[in-house]
Write a protein that binds this ligand. Structure first.
Ligand code: AMP
Ligand code: GLY
Length: 428
């Protein structure tokens, strides 16, 4: 098969690595890709939102399959454009990607189909939203910009003043642009967060092994929200009983609800869950692989990813048995100091040769580039240093050991990725 992958981050590197391990993969292309991806795929510098050029490129390369990684092109309808051009694409069409593209839509869907989530109200008039928070007796409260906001459109407000400021920022000052035309105000929940990515073929949903993200920039979950500073898989908090509950009450009902609404979902649904004392509840849906969740989930998968993707597109996922290794994986993101606010780029990266032929160690590129033949930093999140281990503790030790192999100026990482693992027992 000739495969084209759309995207340029660590997630797409992890997807391409998995595709490259398939016996069926003959040639891989990527738009726009990055310096690490370029070792496995031929890259062409086409922006992910240039749908017509991507479609023409795929046609010119005789692509048998196009895999779309990021949220923006999915929500914008890239899969529809590809299909109109007669291409086979993996990812939800625009009508289904709204599951991630509009929080007001997803909340309404959950309410209508009784899928457990935080209670909420949605608003398109800032005056009404302000009136609503003034009457609240309990804080914190959670404000969510309706649309895509680079993972930054969620504000947790500890008192009325913060809530009023947040409403103004999102709905009036339009800090997140049109994403703030509507606002969801929801109940604050507490508990462990778990990410479950799943393959979906329109009717059948097959969850992958669980993972957990660390979104905050600094140790101890302090500092600003980022795109993700690291992940581990599996989550020890996601037990068999919880999994059974989620399959029955969350995963399948979501897929059925989308079909009933005439928005058949084919692709990946990422269930962002909170394990509350009243049971698991949905925090958010994403219509794609998580980044950096894909980096810890895919290395543990034994299936040929192209077989699974084919089954999703053809509506035959019920014939596939997903199989994950009984081990663990940890990804530590090496970032540029100052991320997510301001940081410098262009520093030479050294030490990546250490990963060559080292089984169970991966260096997924996120923000890298080649400049005058040298590999340099080119983003806030630079590399996802990933390692397998027999259990989470070993995987964590291996990943942190591998972070030492790599050097660049202003290198920064959190030192507590996967540390929750050490807390088991004290929590139960
Ligand atoms: P989201 O993009 O909806 O996943 O929100 C980003 C982060 O905000 C989540 O990973 C949670 O840590 C937090 N969050 C979102 N919604 C809630 C909620 N209702 N209660 C508590 N925390 C939340
Ligand atoms: N890691 C969270 C996300 O991909 O949205």
């Amino acid at each position: 098969m000739i495969v084209l992958v759309v995207g340029s981050g660590g997630r797409e590197h992890a997807i391409i690595k998995k595709v490259s391990e398939s016996k069926r993969a003959e040639k891989i292309y990527c738009v726009p890709g990055n310096a690490g991806i370029a070792e496995l795929a031929e890259c062409e510098n086409i922006p992910v939102m240039d749908f017509e050029r991507i479609a023409s490129y795929a046609v010119s390369k005789n692509a048998d399959l196009v895999i779309v990684g990021p949220d923006d092109p999915l929500v914008g309808g890239l899969v529809d454009v590809l299909e109109e051009r007669g291409l086979r694409a993996f990812g939800p069409k625009r009508a289904a990607a709204v599951l991630e593209g509009s929080k007001a839509f997803s909340k309404e869907l959950m309410k209508k189909y009784n899928i457990p989530t935080a209670s909420y109200e949605s608003f398109d008039d800032p005056a009404k939203a302000l009136e609503y928070v003034e009457k609240l007796s309990e804080f914190p409260v959670v404000l969510k910009a309706d649309g895509l906001a680079l993972g930054k459109g969620v504000l947790i407000c500890n008192d009325l003043r913060e809530a009023e400021d947040g409403i103004r920022e999102i709905m009036i000052d339009k800090k997140f642009g049109n994403a703030g035309n509507k606002l969801v105000i929801e109940e604050f929940m507490t508990g462990r967060e778990v990410s479950v990515l799943s393959f979906v073929d329109g009717k059948t949903v097959k969850p992958m092994t669980s993972a957990q993200d660390h979104k905050r920039a600094l140790d101890g979950d302090k500092g600003l929200n980022t795109g993700g500073m690291g992940t581990f898989s599996p989550s020890p908090f996601y037990t068999k009983e919880i999994d059974e509950y989620c399959r029955k009450n969350i995963f399948k009902p979501t897929v059925d609800a989308m079909a009933k609404e005439g928005r058949e979902f084919k692709g990946i649904i990422f269930f962002g869950l909170m394990l509350t004392k009243d049971g698991p509840k949905v925090l958010e849906y994403n219509a794609r692989f998580g980044d950096p969740e894909a980096q810890v989930v895919l290395p543990r998968m034994n299936n040929d990813i192209l077989d699974v993707i084919d089954a999703c597109i053809d509506g035959k996922l019920d014939e596939i048995e997903l199989d994950f290794e009984d081990n663990a994986c940890v990804c530590v993101v090496l970032a540029s100091k100052g991320y997510p606010v301001s940081y410098e780029k262009g520093y030479e990266i050294k030490g990546l040769d250490s990963f060559k032929d080292r089984k169970g160690y991966y260096c997924f590129h996120a923000g890298t580039a080649l400049k005058d033949g040298k590999l340099v930093t080119n983003g806030g999140r630079v590399l996802g240093i990933t390692a397998i281990g027999d259990d989470l503790k070993k995987a964590r030790a291996n990943a942190y050991e591998a972070t030492e192999w790599v050097n660049f100026d202003n290198k920064y990482c959190r030192s507590d990725i996967g540390k929750a693992i050490d807390e088991i027992g004290t929590e139960a």
